[in-house]
Design a binder for this molecule. Structure first.
Ligand code: GAL
Length: 468
């Protein structure tokens, strides 16, 4: 299913004269040394600063299991309804794909993509042996027994309270179309916040930034759009800062909004919205680097490219520095992470609520150049791989103590009833040679591979949970 080196460019070398041959021998030896060094760095699992080798995924028996490819065999049902022999003659039998079935509310496969409440994950009720298992796509209940409402979300680890906070779109309202051709939508209700010590059992902390009910000119008026909220902590000011995609119902405002709070559980005060660097901005995320510099990454120029730029010191605005990346690639839903000094990003294509193929990208500098490595999704089946497991990236959670191991967070959108969109959390690892294109290195893989493994059910190693 995975296409190795599908973007690799051909590299040919010619040798015409003796002197050039000896020069090329030197070049080749150098390239050989570089390759050896690179291979060495790939097999050497030393973790970044301090070389702190703890539970490494591929060494841990449980993670070896998680890297095994789990297949899905889903039979597409025959077309419904009887057809007269004449109709059958006129129009050949329509063959549906799994994507058609996924998007069809009345499909007999609906329960596979959107299993009902009977199969919900209820952390308060799970038998001991079932605890801590993620079940991508199943309804996930909070500690009070209600489905978690934190779509397009992101995670903040708060050092002070040693707690994880999950922020996302609270979409527990009716889905409707603002006009015939408009995307399905739910009025803004606000940003939901959930807290957890183990990334599995989540307590509802309420709506930490609420919609504006009456003032129609306010960015947060319920008729507008608030998507993909992300929160980071600013050490200098001691404030929690939230950035989000702010739009009107037609997605023409294309702005970012900023809000601020003294506490991770809010309430957040909404400050303002703007078009960063003077450009349209839709799907977005934040990334806080090890040196405390935070960056805004957003889809721009009508989603044809991404822009990345540092925030200023208090994280309340962008600076004048901005770089265009993945130009002409039409990517959105960016989720960034860093491993051993290299920046990685997962993005989706631009097909609204419908799922599409994820791509992994890598860069030495967050400002670019970024290279596209290929589709990181492994397992399920071909269509699972081509649809990001019927979901769309939103965030990647680093797992302290498990270098090279992350949780990939994605949304399985349900455009017929957006509040019932599901979460697809899966193990993501960085390691091994990349699939990669690699324009700058004679076609040798320069980056480690990013792999996201499909699992119906999986959990983090026992040793990790509760460590924090
Ligand atoms: C997607 C985007 C979502 C939401 C949706 C609306 O492309 O990633 O966050 O904006 O479009 O159709």
């Amino acid at each position: 299913m995975r296409m190795r080196n599908k973007y690799r460019k051909p590299t040919t070398f010619h040798c015409n004269a003796g002197s050039r041959c000896s020069l090329s021998a030197v070049v080749w030896s150098l390239v050989g040394c570089l390759l050896m060094l690179h291979l060495y760095s790939l097999v050497c699992h030393k973790d970044g600063v301090g070389g702190d080798i703890q539970l490494r995924m591929s060494h841990h028996p449980l993670f070896r299991e998680l890297e095994e490819v789990e297949e899905e065999n889903i039979q597409i049902p025959p077309p419904r309804g009887k057809r007269s022999p004449r109709a059958a003659k006129r129009r050949p039998k329509r063959t549906t794909t799994l994507i058609d079935e996924f998007l069809d509310e009345s499909s007999s496969l609906r329960h596979i993509f959107f299993p009902d409440m009977k199969t919900a994950i209820d952390p308060m009720n799970e038998a001991r042996n079932n605890s801590f298992y993620y079940s991508p796509g199943r309804i996930w209940l909070d500690t009070e027994g209600y489905p978690i409402q934190a779509h397009g979300g992101g995670i903040l680890y708060d050092e002070k309270s040693r707690t994880y906070y999950w922020y996302g779109e609270y979409k527990d309202g009716p889905t409707y179309h603002a006009h015939k051709k408009g995307a399905a939508r739910v009025d803004i209700i606000g940003v939901g916040c959930y807290s957890s010590k183990d990334l599995w059992m989540w307590k509802n902390e309420g709506i930490v930034l609420a919609a504006e009910e009456t003032n129609e000119t306010h960015d947060l008026h319920k008729s507008n759009v608030l998507e993909r909220p992300k929160v980071i902590y600013n050490e200098m000011t001691g404030k929690y800062v939230m950035w989000m995609h702010i739009d009107d119902a037609n997605y023409t405002k294309a702005s970012v909004g900023v809000a601020i709070s003294d506490s991770p559980t809010g309430p957040f005060d909404y400050l303002y919205s703007k078009q960063p660097h003077g450009f349209d901005s839709r799907d977005m995320t934040l990334f806080k680097d090890d040196d405390g510099v935070a960056y805004l990454i957003y889809s721009s120029e009508d989603n044809s490219e991404l822009h990345v730029g540092p925030l200023n010191q208090d994280y309340l605005d962008v600076t004048r520095v901005m770089r265009r990346i993945l130009v002409g690639q039409h990517r959105e839903a960016p989720a960034l992470f860093k491993h051993q000094g290299t920046y990685y990003m997962i993005t989706s294509g631009c097909t609204g609520w419908a799922p599409n193929e994820a791509l992994a990208h890598a860069a030495e500098s967050i400002l670019g150049p970024w290279e596209t490595m290929g589709n990181p999704c492994i397992g399920g089946n071909k269509i699972f791989g081509l649809t990001t497991f019927f979901a769309q990236s939103t965030f990647v959670i680093p797992l302290p103590g498990l270098p090279g191991s992350f949780i990939f967070m994605a949304d399985r959108w349900n455009p017929a009833d957006l509040r019932d969109s599901r979460y697809v959390w899966l193990p993501l690892t960085v390691g091994g040679a990349a699939d990669g294109p690699l324009e700058y290195n004679f076609g040798f893989p320069l980056w480690s591979r990013v792999s996201i493994y499909w699992h119906k059910r999986w959990r983090l190693p026992y040793g990790w949970i509760g460590k924090k």
